[in-house]
Design a binder for this molecule. Structure first.
Ligand code: HEM
Length: 523
């Protein structure tokens, strides 16, 4: 149940001693100077009833593009406005750090690029950026298609076995595609970053569950009242903390093995070729030489969960629209025939690319970005025409709700609908002061729509200096995997779409997996 009251409404507020005490504490924490900001108050039960990002949407509808969310002693400013998001992420990026996110990810990723403080980040980002050079990405398309092919061959084998056991053709198999995509994305990140083959498409890897477990715990920590996990005995007494420690050990052991393997198999000729950006006939084009241990950990986690989630929700959305599947398959047949995608053919798979970005619009991964002010800040006035923005004190925790931005009725037509073609249409700013509308010509040559084209109403990879470093990698990977799946199969959901339950643990998951029926394509 959601208890949500606005300071704007005249309704009497429920009041008891505990509420009053927690409000006092909240005001102390936030300096009390978020005074004029609309306020949503969450009950503890909100945290368990449904994913937090869905509650944030309801409150966005009620309170607008900038509001304060108070959870007992915790308070956050929630931003669902592109002009304010642009200010925080790009125009004033260095007045913020990752705040709560850095605290909770530190035990997992150390000083890796995602949680890194500004000084560490500046050094590491400069060192890592060259790794994602265009020629590296081109070379990786082959890795994407080789790994996807293994997933397809496995599904075809399952289908054949079922046909043989039943003695009839034209049957279907049921698969949890979320699990399949997680394995695929882990195999891809293994080969492309670590030059290591997890082989998880064909055998189960404990790393996937461990990564999921740690991110789930990270989300719990970001919204829990007090950091009891810093109290050492909690690590052994509280079951979920014990599980977190054991998940972390699995990932750390895996990373140690990967680094050891890399040292043993390192080929000097490859290193020379890479230095000259010569990607031909390389045995090992992986990123290891650019990265430190914490960065490697970051890539291992950030690089597979997110992409797997994009593919999972793309299939969920497509499966409800057979006409869109047919349109996608017509494009695949015309561009690829029976062949595998290449870097060149990706450019022609326009509809598949739009399906991938439209899936990211409806299910952004992660649905929230987290920041904390390093000094007192004045946020800009939003699209509702407020000339003066809100003043926020140093130390204010901020959620930028990408989910709200992506489904905002102020910036999107039919925001809840799955319409990949929407990105082809230019859209004027509709008189919204300070927002430039949608215009593909603002980002010439971009293969995929991005935050520049949408002037920060679309933020699938964040924006500004801390934008995702793996965005093109992930988009190409998703396009290749989706094209190869639809090239061979028709996909339906096993049950009604409403039966798919959402849970979030950094990314958006299907609570019981994304169970689908796969049939050989009817041509
Ligand atoms: C940062 C999303 C894939 C590595 C980010 C951010 C987002 C994001 C939203 C910004 C976080 C913030 O501002 O707080 C995604 C999505 C992906 C994806 C949706 C897949 C579809 C990848 C891949 C890699 C990667 C494949 C690496 C191989 C990183 C790193 C950062 C980052 C290192 C931190 C950048 C910095 O702070 O300088 N990602 N990501 N991501 N991502 Fe990704």
């Amino acid at each position: 149940s959601i208890r949500c009251q606005s300071t704007n409404t005249k309704e009497p507020k429920s009041s008891n001693i505990l509420d009053n005490a927690s409000n006092l504490f909240t005001n102390l924490l936030s300096g009390g100077s978020l005074g004029s900001m609309p306020t949503a108050e969450g009950a503890v039960s909100d945290l368990f009833g449904k994913p937090l990002f869905l509650s944030l949407y309801d409150w966005f509808m009620e309170h607008g593009g900038v509001y304060k969310l108070a959870f007992g002693p915790k308070a956050f400013v929630v931003i669902s406005d592109p002009i304010v998001a642009r200010h925080v992420l790009r125009e004033n990026a260095f007045s913020y750090d990752k705040g709560v996110l850095a605290e909770i990810l530190e035990p997992i990723m150390g000083k890796g690029l995602i949680p890194a403080d500004l000084d560490t980040w500046k050094l590491r980002r400069r060192a890592i950026t060259p790794a994602f050079h265009a020629l590296y990405l081109e070379a990786m398309v082959k890795v994407f298609s080789d790994c996807s092919e293994k997933m397809i061959l496995k599904s075809e084998k399952l289908l054949r076995e079922k046909e043989v056991s039943r003695g009839e053709g034209d049957t279907e198999i049921e698969l949890d595609l979320e699990a399949e995509f997680s394995s695929l994305a882990l195999d891809i990140i293994g080969l492309s970053v670590f030059n290591y083959d997890f082989g998880s498409v064909t055998k189960e890897s404990p790393v996937i569950k461990a990564v999921y477990g740690t991110l789930f715990e990270a989300e719990h920590r970001s919204t829990f009242y007090f950091p009891y996990w810093n109290f050492p005995p909690a690590r052994w007494i509280v079951p979920r903390q014990r599980k977190f420690q054991s998940d972390l050990k699995i990932i750390n052991d895996c990373l140690d093995g990967l680094i050891q393997n890399a040292k043993e198999t390192r080929q000097e000729t490859d290193v020379e070729k890479l230095q000259q950006r010569d990607y031909s006939n390389l045995k090992d084009a992986s990123l290891l030489r650019f990265l430190l241990r914490d960065d490697l950990m970051t890539m291992l986690i950030a690089g597979h969960e997110t992409t797997a989630a994009v593919l999972t929700w793309a299939v969920y959305l497509l499966a409800q629209s057979p006409a869109k599947i047919r349109k996608a398959q017509a494009e695949i047949d015309a561009v690829l025939g029976d062949g595998a995608p290449t870097y060149e053919s990706l450019k022609k798979l326009e509809y598949i690319r739009l399906i991938v970005v439209e899936s990211l619009r409806l299910y952004p991964q992660p649905p929230l970005l987290i920041r904390r002010t390093l000094k007192p800040e004045t946020l800009p006035g939003g699209y509702k025409g407020e000339k003066e923005g809100h003043k926020v004190p140093k130390g204010t925790d901020i959620f930028i709700s990408v989910y709200n931005l992506h489904r905002s009725p102020y910036f999107w037509d039919n925001p809840q609908e799955f319409e990949p073609e929407r990105f082809l249409r230019k859209k004027e700013s509709n008189g919204i002061e300070g927002w430039a509308g949608f215009d593909p010509s603002r980002s010439p040559g971009a293969l995929y729509p991005n935050e520049i084209i949408a002037d920060f109403a679309f933020l699938p990879f964040g924006g500004g200096p801390r934008k995702c470093i793996g965005d093109q990698f992930a988009l190409m990977e998703s396009t290749v995997a989706l094209a190869m799946l639809l090239q061979k199969f028709d996909v339906e959901l096993r049950g009604p779409p409403e039966s798919v339950e959402l849970v979030s643990g950094a990314t958006i998951h299907a609570k019981n997996g994304m169970w689908c029926k796969l049939k050989r394509r009817s041509k």
